[in-house]
Design a protein around this ligand. Sequence first.
Ligand code: ZN
Length: 307
Amino acid sequence: MSGVCVRKVNNLADYLVHATTEDGNIRALAAVTTELVEEARSRHDTAPTATAALGRTLTAAALLGATLKGEQTVTLRLIGDGPIGGVITDADAEGRVRGYAKDPQADLPPNALGKLDVGGVVGHEGFVYVTRDMGFGQPYTGSAPLVSGEVAEDVANYLVTSEQVPSAVALGVLVERNGVVRSAGGYLLQLLPQTDDDQRAELEKNLAALGAVSSAVDAGLTPEDILGRALHGFPFRILGHKPLSFHCNCSRERVLGVVATLPRHEVAAMLEEDRGAELRCHFCNEVYQLTPADLEGILKAKDEPQA
Ligand code: ZN
């Protein structure tokens, strides 16, 4: 029974912490995402390297979405020339994160460091795209070339080159031998221009001492602990906490709505040739079965005169 208790203590629900140094020069975010990355793995049945690529990208989306409000969303996509084909994630203001890998079975042998070869599976040539939908007007998409496909460097480079915010990003996912996610998390530090060289050197020293973020989470460090180590020597205060979860907003109604936008002959073919339809949500892999009655209802609505 004690083993069960230990596991419970080490698997507190996922959340994110947002902090700033007292001088306002450094904005810091840290997140534990073990549960949501494991849910993504189990929903999409990802192979280990794809699990790490998807898990890191989901964690980055959660960090980028930390300050969203209301109906705002952020979408983070890594599209490279590796076998995974692309990783697509998004996050909303409620800390709900979802995503998928184009090829969830993409897997590679360990890299030269003996680690999951995320850079290889994502690819070294390609782009990172960040779309911010502020809930009004056109969503804004920025992009930057991939640096390594390892995700954290790519996102940091995007923030520096496209959004002009010097940033340090770390993302990590540890996968058990049986493929289950053991720990996942990450942090994002953003430096304002007035940060001086001494502060940067101090920060670099702290981050080197902190080590791999997946190991920190695996050792039981909370987001607060991670920030405490990253900002050691800098007086800081916590601005807020946000629970994080894997959540998709798809539903039967939405799927019916999408089918209703298809050309009439396509809907008719689903009805006449297949006697129904099976639609799968890319983001969460949920399957929706549409019955002949559902399709007949859509066709009937299409045939009604438009108001
Ligand atoms: Zn879905």
